[in-house]
Design a protein around this ligand. Structure first.
Ligand code: AMP
Ligand code: MG
Length: 402
């Protein structure tokens, strides 16, 4: 058996960042910038009000309550066509430009507007600059808004468009082919014959691929047949940037994935010192990385999390392909026996009273018991030994935020 770190290094050494593309901002979620995004002007572009209310001179309301003459109204989007003089005020709506002459905003709740008389009574004094958002307060005109290497989140997309960056230069989004192998696998709700099971891995793996910001390509179920597997693998490698298969990499008589990949790919067959997901086949067909994940549903998910996800993140250009676990606490004893492997227990992690994440088993720990994955949100890293006692620290790979 080889240590997890060695297997990961082997994988990451062979997953090279994909080419760069100019990408429309609405297609860029989750991608990694190759060129920085720069602002082209101040954001906000002009001094504007943070509140609905009245623009006025702070000096005029020092002796509040006072009454001022209302000389106009400025809506958001309007050009300020009035000037605020001594003893005057202008009605103003959130986001509207502050008119010349005014140096403060009083929110509408502190005013009493008499429309007929065109006057407003202001109840309280306010300091200069009150509720004014100055131009450039968020971003200065020539700022580097985001550095190369930034992963684009929804907020990043918003900031990019606010500075007029409707296209960004980023790493291409990987297309990841997902194949299930096995004569026992069927798709669809119909009744199962003896020996058959429904293919669950492909659906889970496609969802894992898309949830990390790559594009999943459904390449279907391939039977345990050497020729069919060869054709499927070659097509997949030609069409996709990475291929994820499940099943057929163990020691069984019909595990042809191993035989075929040995012929057409530069493969390494690893027994990784982890449980579940000990067997890992990884290699390249040409330059396309191929992840041969084990067939058991929990194993294939764990293997995806530990190997395929970092590998695909490397293709996407992430500077840190492996996400650091967070440190929580065992809520119950996370028991195990020594076997030379690191265990990845299926757990539910919830913040305890002190805010520290507390982990407890989320169901049966067999590698076929996928419901413990669905009912949990994290993998607890339980090092070789006798387990982790309740109350002790435990590293958690959070799969979903609780
Ligand atoms: P294998 O790695 O092909 O020996 O498969 C190991 C176990 O995982 C067997 O019980 C298979 O039936 C099961 N298995 C393999 N592929 C899938 C799949 N796509 N969906 C659900 N179970 C699977
Ligand atoms: Mg099989």
């Amino acid at each position: 058996m080889i240590p997890l770190e060695d297997a990961r290094t082997h994988v990451l050494d062979r997953c090279v960042a994909l080419a760069t593309e100019t990408i429309a901002i609405d297609d860029a979620l989750g991608l990694v910038l190759v060129e920085p995004v720069r602002s082209t002007g101040p954001i906000p572009p002009f001094d504007n009000t943070a509140m609905d209310g009245f623009a006025l001179r702070a000096a005029d309301v020092e002796t509040a309550p006072v009454a001022l003459d209302v000389v106009g109204t400025i809506a958001a989007g309007a050009r300020p066509d009035v000037e605020v003089g001594e003893g005057q005020a202008v009605r103003i709506m959130t986001g509207a430009p502050v008119p010349p002459g005014a140096d403060a905003i009083v929110m509408v709740e502190l005013t009493d507007f008499d429309e007929a008389a065109a006057t407003v009574r202001v109840a309280e004094s306010v300091p200069v600059g009150n509720h004014i958002r100055p131009a450039g307060d968020d971003l200065s005109p020539d700022a580097i808004v985001f550095e190369a290497g930034t992963e684009l989140s929804p907020a990043h997309l918003g900031v990019c468009t606010s500075v007029g960056a409707y296209e960004v230069v980023a790493r291409r989004r990987p297309r990841v082919g997902v194949i299930s192998t096995g004569d026992e696998l069927v798709d669809g709700p119909g009744p199962l014959e003896i020996g058959q099971i429904r293919d669950s891995n492909r659906h889970t793996l496609l969802a894992l691929v898309s949830s990390m910001g790559a594009t999943g390509v459904d390449l279907g179920v391939v039977p345990d047949d050497e020729e069919a597997i060869r054709a499927a693998m070659l097509d997949a490698a030609a069409e996709c940037d990475a291929v994820v298969t499940s099943g057929g990499v163990s020691m069984g008589d019909f595990d042809y994935v191993k035989k075929v990949l040995d012929e057409i790919a530069d493969m390494r067959w690893m027994q990784v010192a982890i449980k579940p997901a000990k067997p890992l086949a990884f290699g390249t067909i040409g330059t396309t990385p191929v992840f041969g994940l084990p067939g058991n549903p929990v194993s294939s998910m764990v293997s995806f999390e530990l190997f395929a996800k970092p590998g695909i993140r490397a293709l996407m250009g992430h500077e840190s392909p492996i996400l650091a676990p967070l440190v929580g606490r065992a809520a119950v004893e996370l028991g195990r026996r020594p076997d030379g492997k690191t265990h990845f227990a299926r757990v539910e992690a919830q913040p305890g009273e002190d805010g520290v994440f507390e982990a407890r088993f989320s169901g049966g720990q067999g590698s076929h018991q996928l419901s413990a994955m669905a009912n949990g949100n994290a993998l607890a890293i339980v090092p070789d030994g006798d387990g982790i006692s309740a109350g002790e620290p435990v590293e958690l790979i959070l799969r979903d935020w609780p």
